[in-house]
Structures are given as C-alpha cells and as structure tokens.
Design a protein around this ligand. Structure first.
Ligand code: AMP
Length: 278
C-alpha cells in the first residue's frame, strides 16, 4: 500500500514502462458492493488495478460530515485484496494538499446545478483531487459509478477539456434487493430512516413508469418522483430535478435523454440517487 504520492507515481511510471495497462478506482473508502462492482470493471479493463482511498477534505463544506465520514482502512484493504486489487493508494491529507496549495480545477457550467448548488465548492474539490489522483496513479482507464451522475459528467468533461489521455468507464448503480442505492452514508441510517430512504428509488421507479406510459412533462415526472418521498417520514427534499442528461441544463419536456436526479435528507443524512429517462 502506498501513502506517499511520489512513491505511488514512481511505481505507476515503472508499470507503464513495462507495458502494463493501469486502471484506477478512486473512492473515499467504507467499501461496499458498489465499490466492488467498480473494482470488477477495472479488473476486466486493465492488467493492474489501483484502488485509491482518500476522504478528500476539499470536497466537504463547513458543517458537512468530513469528521464523521466512516473510515475503516484496514477493513477496506482486506476487502479490496480479496477482490483482487493489485495496489492501493491511501494518502494523508497533508501529503495531498501541501501548505500553500492554491490551484483548483473547475468545470464551470456542469458544476453549477444540483449538488453543486447545495454544496458550493464540492465539485471543484472533486475535480481537483481526481486530477491529482490521475497524475499520481497514471491510469489508462479510470472507473466511476453512475450513482454520482453529476460527478461522472464533470469528470468526463474535465478529461475531454484538459486532454487527459485517460478512458473514463462507468458502472450502473448497485442497489440493495429492495432498491436502496448502496452508499457509505447508508451506515448513518436507523432502521426507520432506512425505510424512509426507500422512497428515493420508489420515486424514481414511479417517474420511470410515468415515462414508459408516455408522460413527457418534466413537472409531471418530477411530481411522480417526489410524491413517495414527501409521504415518507423524516425526509426533506434538497432537490428533485429533471435535466438534460448530457449538459445538465433544465428541460420542460423529455425530448432527448434526461436524468431525474434526487438529493434527499433522511434525518440529517443526505442521500442521492438518479435515473436516466429515454
Ligand atoms: P465514494 O467512495 O462514495 O466517493 O464513491 C467512490 C466511487 O464509487 C464513485 O465513483 C461512486 O460513484 C461509486 N459508487 C458509490 N456507490 C455506488 C453504487 N451504489 N453503485 C455504483 N457505484 C457507486
């Protein structure tokens, strides 16, 4: 396991010199089956799989859960080894952000709506740390989950705009059998809150059913999605929006692929989920 960014980069450069194809899977740890699906996709896309675990302080806002975010590095590394990863990179914040760090990557428009509106600075933190992880791990391919839809869109755009020679692969949302999208933050939920949290996937399913039945009005599809959420105890909708799947711009009607994106507080835990329509 590497903690030092420089040592990791030297290792990655050696692997590339030897002609090995590298896949990286960036995570914040507290690994679950969603992360394992990413690792499997990485395994089938490359010779060497690098897992990164870093709870990135620059993507958390004041009052968010940076201090309490679930951390279990030893457990994660055991799970990851069993899943067949080759290398892990687990830096300390002080090594990633040296005193005087002042450079940030921003994807100007895609970072504005949805999670960017409720979490100012979040995506600049994400784009910056992902750029750094790319430089440090030197991957040919990087794997991200569709659970974080806006994040994936931002990383794809950043890679395109800044000419990173990296292929971005994505993995569909992994869910519990009852529909709840896997998330490290599900660990915060009581059993009652977990029941309420099912309203997110239920809302998305209701919108999908409406869409399949021919509904194309954004307002009607959003209303179908939010009805079960509003009816579940202890929930507060942060946003529920239907936007263009590519540009994340607002739409009135679904005429090309659109994403229905949700962020909902269940108690104090903020959960996100999404579904592409069309
Ligand atoms: P995180 O550790 O939560 O920052 O997530 C690390 C990566 O795992 C991101 O690319 C996420 O989109 C992905 N991920 C998290 N949860 C899921 C899930 N339920 N299904 C698929 N990918 C996921």
């Amino acid at each position: 396991m590497f903690r030092d960014p420089r040592a990791m980069r030297v290792k990655a450069e050696d692997l590339r010199r030897d002609g090995r194809r590298i896949a990286v899977v960036p995570t914040m740890g507290a690994l679950h089956d969603g992360h394992l699906a990413l690792l499997r996709a990485a395994r089938s896309a490359a010779d060497v799989v690098i897992l990164t675990i870093f709870v990135n302080p620059t993507q958390f806002g004041p009052g968010e859960d940076l201090a309490s975010y679930p951390r279990d590095e030893a457990g994660d590394l055991a799970v990851a080894r069993a899943a067949g990863i080759d290398l892990a990179f687990c830096p300390d914040a002080a090594a990633m952000y040296r005193p005087g760090s002042q450079t940030f990557v921003e994807v100007r428009e895609l970072q504005k709506p949805l999670c960017g509106a409720s979490r100012p600075g979040h995506f600049a933190g994400v784009a910056t740390v992902v750029s750094k992880l790319f430089h440090i791990t030197q991957p040919h391919v990087a794997v991200f989950g569709e659970k974080d839809y806006q994040q994936l869109a931002i990383i794809r755009r950043m890679v395109r705009d800044l000419d990173f020679a990296i292929e971005i692969a994505s993995v569909p949302i992994v869910r519990e059998p009852d529909g709840l999208a896997l998330s490290s933050r599900n660990a915060y939920l009581s059993s009652e809150q977990r029941r309420s949290a099912l309203s997110l996937s239920a809302g998305l399913a209701a919108a999908q059913a409406g869409f399949a039945a021919g509904e194309r009005s954004a307002a009607a599809l959003v209303a179908a999605a939010t009805a079960p959420i509003a009816a579940a105890p202890g929930t507060r909708i942060d946003y529920a929006e239907l936007r263009d799947a590519e540009e994340l711009t607002p739409i009135d009607r679904v005429e090309r692929p659109a994403v229905l994106a949700l962020a909902v507080f269940v108690g104090t835990t903020r959960l996100i989920d999404n579904r592409v329509l069309g």
